[in-house]
Design a protein around this ligand. Structure first.
Ligand code: UDP
Ligand code: MG
Length: 325
């Protein structure tokens, strides 16, 4: 394909500190790509404002007035990184030959975009950006991330190692993605399921340009839990295995206590009774909790709620001039 139209999609949540710099760096880099004839001059940068409470939307909006390349999508409220990203991808889909997603803080190396495009020209539908190392992360984040990948692999989920959401997707890949209707969205797990031709580019990840992470520990844990329970029924199987084991063990105990009754002392210990009550009670609670998790998923899937609500879309529609104050 000669000079494909590229849209770069960037979800932003309270990113006023980094945005001016991000806009500058990305638009000048995109200009270079146009000059090198890797992409069409119709290419755009689409910023998705995920219900920010600071000046994020004002910055995006003002830049879109002076720079033809910049477009904005304002969501009506905060829906989280994955849904905001999806909103951007689905908005950009029709008017783009390929889309690259990247975070607003430019931790990912924008120069890898050139290699993404070369791989796209070579016929790949998906190009994953993966981190070569994790040395800019804290010790804690590095190890928990590692644990997460190992766990997912054991449960049979095919994730690209050290790949976050920095990737290129062709129009075809986006069209296929749009057919996945699930509400509990975990893009990193879904995209390898598309089965299209793909490759991985390695890059070094930098510390955040400015501002602070929008992914504190609590959100990170929720995100991994989401990933696990959206893609695997292994936990529920595990509960069954534990249940089965405790069932077998209870037979052994039974035999032992019967043996004691007939051939030894008859006074049965209060200790064994109370321990087994706690043991069985605990097991039941774990089981109920996990079953509840899956039932909760069925519940939210059957509601078929929209994943995001668009307030203003300057990508597909002319800019309403009264919005800015
Ligand atoms: N983000 C978002 N909605 C949210 C939280 C985060 O759109 O509710 C965006 C954020 O602006 C950034 C990206 O998701 O562009 C990744 O967030 P961050 O850099 O804080 O995560 P980290 O790199 O620390 O994992
Ligand atoms: Mg970041």
């Amino acid at each position: 394909m000669k000079n494909p139209v590229l849209t770069i999609v960037i979800p932003c949540y309270n990113e006023e500190e980094v945005l001016p710099d991000t806009i500058l760096q990305l638009s000048s880099f995109l200009g270079e790509m146009v000059k090198e004839e890797l992409i069409s001059e119709k290419s755009k940068i689409l910023f998705v404002d995920d219900g920010s409470k600071d000046q994020t939307w004002q910055i995006i909006y003002k830049s879109s007035l002076i720079n033809e390349m910049i477009r904005g999508l304002k969501l009506s409220r905060n829906v989280g990184h994955q849904n905001a990203l999806l909103a951007g991808l689905m908005t950009a889909r029709k008017a783009s030959d390929c889309v690259i997603s990247i975070d607003a803080d430019l931790q990912d190396d924008i120069h890898a975009i050139r290699e993404f495009l070369i791989k796209f020209h070579e016929g790949n539908d998906i190009v994953y950006g993966a981190r070569r190392r994790r040395d800019t992360d804290t010790f804690f984040k590095r190890n928990t991330a590692q644990g997460f990948y190992n766990l997912m692999k054991k449960m049979g989920v095919d994730l690209i190692y050290n790949h976050a959401d920095f990737r290129l997707m062709s129009k075809r890949a986006l069209d296929e993605l749009s057919r996945f209707k699930e509400v509990n969205l975990f893009l990193r797990g879904i995209i390898p399921l598309l089965g299209l031709r793909s490759t991985t580019i390695y890059y070094d990840r930098k510390p955040r340009l400015a501002g602070e992470t929008k992914y504190p520990l609590k959100k990170m844990l929720a995100f991994s839990f989401e990933g696990i329970t959206s893609f695997s029924i292994t936990p529920i199987r595990l509960v069954m295995v534990i249940g089965f084991m405790s069932f077998c063990i209870s037979f052994l105990f039974g035999a032992y206590f019967l043996g004691l009754k007939f051939f030894g002392h008859t006074e049965m210990g209060w200790t064994s009774l109370i321990t087994s009550i706690w043991l069985i009670g605990g097991l039941q609670l774990i089981a109920i909790g996990l079953i509840g998790e899956y039932i909760g998923k069925i519940y939210s899937e059957t509601k078929r709620r929209p994943k995001f609500m668009i307030d203003i879309d300057t990508f597909n529609m002319p800019i309403p001039r009264h919005i800015i104050n």
